[in-house]
Design a protein around this ligand. Sequence first.
Ligand code: SPD
Length: 296
Amino acid sequence: MSGKDQGNQVPVKAMEDLWNVWYSELHNHNHGLTVKIDRLLESDESEFQRIEVISNPFFGKMLCLYGSLMCADNDNNAYNEMITHVPLLAHPDPKEVLIIGGGDCGALTEVLKHPNVNRCTMCELDSKVVEVSKKHFPDLTSGLKDKRANLMFADGKDFIENSSEKFDIIILDLSDPVGPAADLFQKPFHQAVHDRLNDGGILVAQAESPFLNKEAIKAMHANLVDIFPIVKIYTCFMPIYPSGYWAFLFASKSPEPVNDKIVSRFERINIKTRYYNPETHVAAFALPQFVKEIIA
Ligand code: SPD
């Protein structure tokens, strides 16, 4: 039969099913993550990297830098809440907080939920990431409206090495240890960060996947134990990141990450979270055997 004989019409339902545009991110040579693209909302290039925003029916808008997913409407809370509230509630009175990286502003927004913080400085290399995030992720970037937010565009390494300012908490909210962020995973940088911390200060760094990046975690951990008296690893569930399981390194001049003040401090700040609570804080430091073995 000819097309005319069939009415030459493809039923609407069949047309919907034909929509078949996907984003695939390889996590090694053998596997990766694939998400359906409803719409390509942004595709741009900055001086430093490609920047894409796609939308997916389940995850909502998703920010992708240099071909790697950074955050999504429906998957950012675990990472942003755990990289911020864990050190801020482990510290007795954090006033000055520094974020290196963090261009989507999710960590900044979480930090500024703490009423006792006087100022949160964010040093991001790529202004275009902040610009795109402001356009597409109004909730994540809402902290920028807070007058305690101090945003600067600079190389985090230059800022740390050339500044004399000191902080109570420094958060390394970095992309992967390749390209522009690579030096920020190295020991000289960790030493310089240590020197920018006040007495009792805490460094927290995103530390990649314990399932896929064992060597990177081992090396970072080894660097930090040479510099800080207290170094711990903790983890969270993060579905859009490689393996869905993510690590952070907690390095402190004196506060322990798990202490008996966590519950009362959390109650005092009275904030709404989706992943963080005092139980997930404590539980995050209970490590599966294979993660303990990475740092043994
Ligand atoms: N492969 C993705 C790793 C992302 C780690 N950091 C994300 C920073 C988002 N603020």
